[in-house]
Design a protein around this ligand. Structure first.
Ligand code: FAD
Ligand code: SIN
Length: 533
């Protein structure tokens, strides 16, 4: 296949970019590949909303910037924070023009701006507790209006194509690596196709599935980051995996874990023990609305002290009608497992939620590889630093999709197709005889990461994790050499890479900062360092 612009991923970043380039370059072909259905993305599950300075009387850019920097614990790139906060409201206005409906205040035409942890003002636009669903719907409908956008579902991108595939040696410090497209598995036919592009953009989302308990859907296996690392591109800050403090504790262990939005705490929900004692005052003066790293660690610490499997969110004092109107999905989900949020405390537990690091990009979304861009959760733009502020992710996805669209429009004339790319080589491989070898390794990987590289880390735990990961890596690479490609095998390989990047970056960071807390170095170093691999 040949396409001018190749976009991997159909979430907020991928579809925003597709729409913008389709509009700016109507005579260019834009191909979006997505590994399952186009609507199955992290974006679709976003609950709380999108943060933007909206009410100019009460809020202003400097406050949103200060909140983002504070949550990021010294590691945000301030120029990027400023870009996202200042350009954000225009991007939100655009998606509203495309048809996104955000809730309005009762009896008024103004938006109902919600509050979440770490924000000093009400600035979260939302659609009930289904904001992501509404944004995904809008983007899919808008994208369908452009004849030059093609979305191919059930195409699994396997590897990026670079000079390496032309027989040239490429290492991480090679200065002029170029991306010519990707190899992708057509899941319907089983064929591995070569997709050539003048420019490629990774919008492949996060990698929460590397942990046993995560709010991320099963597609979130860090494929874009792993592909970039294999292609010798730069990746940074991978130790900062964000655990959301309040996923619904469900003893049946569902995957993904159901999220109880931070907006519920913004609405008045209070964290408590089973006996009804509040505990957040022991950790932060912002109580239940402190930034996520602090609340997740507090819950983890209380659970360990008390030997319990979860803590609780008390919403019993809130008005039922308002609660149900704001959080219909959360209310129904709780009821489905026998909890009435208006009478019972909601059992909650931290779960892996967001990858703050990722593919290193500059302020126009360019990666360290030429003709390769990245946007959304797979990228590390510098916005989140050591901990993402709630509801800044959808915003970042839209802002960087826009910036990349501008870059592509400026440069596409200089980029041509690379010829003579060899077909994917599957010589010497046979159909897998025992799929269980792959599924069992995925389970082991999740156990390793959850026990040794979770919310609280130490040198001993990280060393154990690296030793065990190495064994899994060797076994899996052996399997890869001899077995026909399957999405499961590729996801296992990608997850092992993500696990390795998280653990290695965590091992290098000899301090506790943001989401990375280690008992061996509880304090902070005076100098700020990004972990670039
Ligand atoms: P995604 O939306 O995850 O899309 C990734 C796309 O890449 C998918 O189409 C997938 O199929 C495709 N893909 C991946 N690998 C491959 C491959 N190998 N080949 C082909 N295609 C591939 N953020 C907020 O700002 N506000 C919120 O309220 C909020 N709530 C959240 C609630 C939940 C439960 C979760 C899980 C996340 C939430 N987030 C929230 C985070 C936010 O939703 C995500 O960070 C954001 O949607 C990521 O968008 P994206 O476009 O980068 O990737
Ligand atoms: C939530 O609704 O709590 C999730 C918000 C986010 O991840 O930004």
């Amino acid at each position: 296949m040949r396409t001018d612009i190749l976009i991997l991923g159909s979430g907020i970043a991928g579809l925003t970019l597709a729409i913008k380039t389709a509009k700016a370059l109507p005579d260019h072909r834009i191909l979006v590949l997505t590994k399952t259905d186009k609507g199955e993305t992290n974006t679709r599950y976003a609950q709380g909303g999108v943060a933007a300075v909206w009410d100019a009387e009460k809020d202003h850019f400097e406050k949103h910037i200060a909140d983002t920097l504070d949550a990021g614990d010294g590691l945000c790139k301030e120029d990027i924070v400023r870009i996202v906060v200042e350009e954000g409201p225009d991007r939100v206005r655009e998606i509203i023009e495309w048809g996104a409906k955000f809730d309005k205040e009762k009896g008024s035409n103004g938006y109902d701006l919600a509050m979440e942890g770490g924000h000093s003002e009400h600035r979260i636009l939302h659609y009930k507790d289904l904001t992501g669903w509404e944004m995904q719907r809008t983007l899919m409908e808008e994208a369908a209006r452009y004849p030059n956008i093609e979305i191919d579902e059930h195409y699994f991108a396997l590897d990026l194509i670079t000079q390496h595939h032309l027989g040239r040696m490429v290492i991480r410090v090679t200065p002029d690596i170029e991306c010519y497209g990707c190899y992708a598995l057509n899941r319907k036919t089983g064929a591995i196709e070569t997709v050539l592009a003048r420019v490629t953009v990774l919008c492949t989302g996060g990698g929460g599935q590397v942990y046993k308990s995560t709010t991320n859907p099963v597609i979130a296996t860090g494929d874009g980051v792993a592909m970039t690392y294999r292609a010798k591109g730069r990746v940074e800050n991978m130790e900062f995996m964000q655990f959301h403090p309040t996923s619904l504790y469900n003893p049946t262990g569902e995957n993904p874990s159901f999220l109880v939005s931070e907006a519920v705490r913004g609405f008045g929900g209070i964290l408590k023990s089973k006996e009804g004692e509040e505990f957040m005052h022991l950790y932060d003066e912002r109580l239940s609305l402190a930034p996520r790293d602090i609340v997740a660690r507090a819950i983890d610490s209380e659970m360990k002290k008390r030997g319990t499997d979860c803590m609780y969110l008390d919403c019993t004092h809130l008005n039922k009608e308002d609660f149900v109107a704001h959080f219909p999905t959360i209310y129904e989900k709780c009821r489905s497992i026998g909890i009435d949020p208006m009478q019972d405390f909601i059992p909650v537990v931290p779960a892996c939620h967001y990858m703050c690091g990722g593919i290193l990009t500059n302020n126009n979304g360019k990666t360290s590889i030429n003709r390769l861009y990245a946007a959304g959760e797979c990228s590390s733009t510098g916005l989140h630093g050591a901990n993402r502020l709630a509801s800044n992710s959808l915003l970042e996805g839209m802002v960087f999709a826009h910036r990349i669209a501008v870059e592509i429009e400026k440069n596409i004339a200089h980029w041509s197709f690379q010829e003579n790319i060899p077909d994917w080589n599957s010589e010497g491989t046979t159909e897998p005889r025992e799929m269980v070898l792959i599924t069992q390794s995925i389970k082991e990987l999740k156990e390793i990461m959850s026990y040794y590289v979770g919310i609280v880390r130490s040198n001993v735990r990280l060393k154990r994790a690296l030793d065990r990961l190495y064994l899994l890596y060797e076994e899996t690479e052996e399997l890869y050499k001899t077995t026909a490609i399957s999405p499961q095998l590729m996801e296992l390989r990608n997850l092992i890479t993500i696990a390795y990047l998280i653990t290695r970056s965590a091992t290098h960071r000899r301090e506790s900062r943001g989401l990375h807390f280690t008992t061996d170095y509880p304090g902070q170093l005076d100098f700020i360092e990004h972990s670039v691999l």
